[in-house]
Design a protein. Structure first.
Ligand code: UD1
Ligand code: CA
Length: 462
């Protein structure tokens, strides 16, 4: 059985934030949540998250995420070795090897972890480190190798000599360790270093000193192990994640005009032959069907689009569902619980909330539909308003199949307009309307002939 320990107790001083570093969102999800997903995807049956800074906030935020999560509190934040030590009692009995990850490397993915862990098992090392070659090793720990190229230890940047600092092979902070060795080695880790902390990487030199096998697997893709310590690295990680998702979708047959300005979260699905324009945000598990066109500036949050839909510029959808071959916008707003059937047309400056709209119905301009049930083949004229709120409660409007609503209509809920009825333009509907009828509420029109001419003359004389 594979258990994973995720180190997430640190404050993240360089972020200059009230929020614990690993809770900062990257591409829509807390940094540490990406790491949890990768560990889970790699087959970890148990995941122990070590928390500390920020108190119970971290377990509170993450607990909803799954039953395979266990939390271990690190009381004193005195180094990564102590963080792992805090997690040991939580490990299940049958766990033989432990995958150790940092909560601040949101770009790791399950393939990399699986490959790394597989290699660790095959080589039978007591400690395996995932390392990376980078041009600017900065604050990463350096992998020190002996004359034969065997790993002899890891030295932190702050403790490194000038010569060691020039080493380009760095520690990603991802390890696979035999549990029995881990339990023996951790108490042997000291704190005689620049930060006075107990460094987890020291278990490597401990293993080497005991003549135990240690391996470093060099990853080909350094971006996957990027550690986020600052806001600049947070932005960089976000961009890389969005880029990766765009690449996956393009490989699957989605057209993205400008991947650099398209923000699609990792758990979003998009069907083939859909075309996405710039400045589009697809978030929180949004699903887009095949053959859709999403023009610039649209945001979809936890929403779904059927096949063949068109979203013109600037649409905003939240927890909404849109049937196939519908057309929205420009500038349409679908709020939570908006459910549109097929071939619906929603035009500019139309807001819909908690409403179902039947097939082929249309609201083309300047309209508010809230708390409503709209049937099929309903035409809603320009400037129609469902008056759903009396200051205390929300009330429902029902427009049955085939209803025609003229422009500038107010529907004062609760109210029902029966099948195929027609609402004359400018009407305020306050009572239910029977099927097949006309409803009209208007002052009778009065015409005073010649009045305008007389009025102008009078004014011009002055
Ligand atoms: C660490 C490694 C470094 C490696 C780098 C990779 C150590 C000493 N150094 O450096 O070799 O190149 O990661 O990104 O391990 N944490 C705790 N408790 C603590 C301290 C830290 O849980 O007492 C957690 C942090 O929340 C973080 C992770 O451990 O998620 C790494 O800590 P951080 O301070 O970011 O270490 P680095 O300096 O980046
Ligand atoms: Ca770090």
């Amino acid at each position: 059985m594979l258990s994973a320990i995720i180190l997430a107790a640190g404050k993240g001083t360089r972020m200059k934030s009230e929020l614990p570093k690993v809770l900062h969102p990257v591409a829509g999800k807390a940094m540490v949540a990406h790491v949890i997903d990768a560990a889970r995807g790699a087959g970890a049956a148990q995941i122990v998250v070590v928390y500390g800074h920020g108190g119970e906030l971290l377990p509170e935020r993450l607990r909803v995420d799954g039953t395979d999560l266990t939390f271990a509190r690190q009381e004193v934040l005195n180094g990564t070795a102590k963080a792992v030590e805090a997690a040991l009692p939580a490990l299940r009995g049958e766990c033989r090897d432990v995958l150790i990850l940092c909560g601040d490397t949101p770009l790791v993915d399950q393939e990399l972890l699986r490959e790394f862990f597989e290699q660790h098992r095959q080589q039978g090392s007591v400690v395996s480190i995932l390392s990376a070659q980078i041009d600017q090793p900065g604050s990463y720990g350096r992998i020190v190798r002996d004359g034969q190229g065997r790993v002899s230890g890891i030295v932190e940047a702050r403790d490194a000599t000038v010569g060691q600092r020039a080493i380009n092979e760095v520690n990603s902070g991802i390890y696979a360790v035999q549990r029995s060795f881990l339990a023996e080695a951790l108490p042997a880790v000291g704190s005689d270093n620049a930060q006075g902390e107990y460094y987890l990487p020291d278990i490597v030199s401990i293993a080497v000193a005991r003549g135990l096998p240690v391996e470093a697997l060099v990853t080909g893709d350094f971006t996957k192990t990027l550690g986020v310590n600052s806001r600049a690295e947070l932005a960089q990680a976000g961009q890389l994640l969005y880029e990766r998702t765009c690449r996956r979708l393009m490989d699957e047959g989605v057209s993205i005009l400008d991947p650099r300005s398209t923000y699609i979260e990792t758990d979003v699905q998009v069907g083939v032959d859909t075309v996405i324009y710039p400045n589009v945000y697809l978030e929180k598990g949004t699903r887009v069907g095949r053959n859709c066109l999403i023009r610039q500036g649209c945001t979809l949050i936890a929403s779904s689009l059927g096949d063949g839909c068109t979203l013109k510029d600037g649409c905003y959808l939240e927890e909404a569902s849109v049937g196939a071959h519908s057309s929205l916008g420009p500038y349409a707003h679908l709020r939570p619980q908006s459910v549109l059937a097929e071939e619906v047309k929603i035009g500019n400056f139309v807001e819909i909330k908690k409403a179902t709209v039947g097939a082929r119905s249309k609201a083309s301009h300047l309209t508010y539909i809230g708390d409503a049930t709209v049937g099929c083949d309903v035409n809603i004229g320009c400037g129609t308003i469902t008056c759903n709120y009396d200051g205390f409660d929300k009330h429902v409007t029902v427009l049955e199949d085939g209803v025609f609503v003229g422009s500038d209509t107010q529907l004062v809920a609760p109210v029902r307009v029966g099948r195929n009825a027609m609402v004359a333009a400018g009407t305020t509907v306050t009572r239910d309307v029977p099927a097949e009828s006309l409803v009209i509420s208007r002052n009778e029109q009065k015409v005073v002939e010649g009045w305008a001419t007389r009025f102008r003359r009078q004014k011009q004389k002055k």
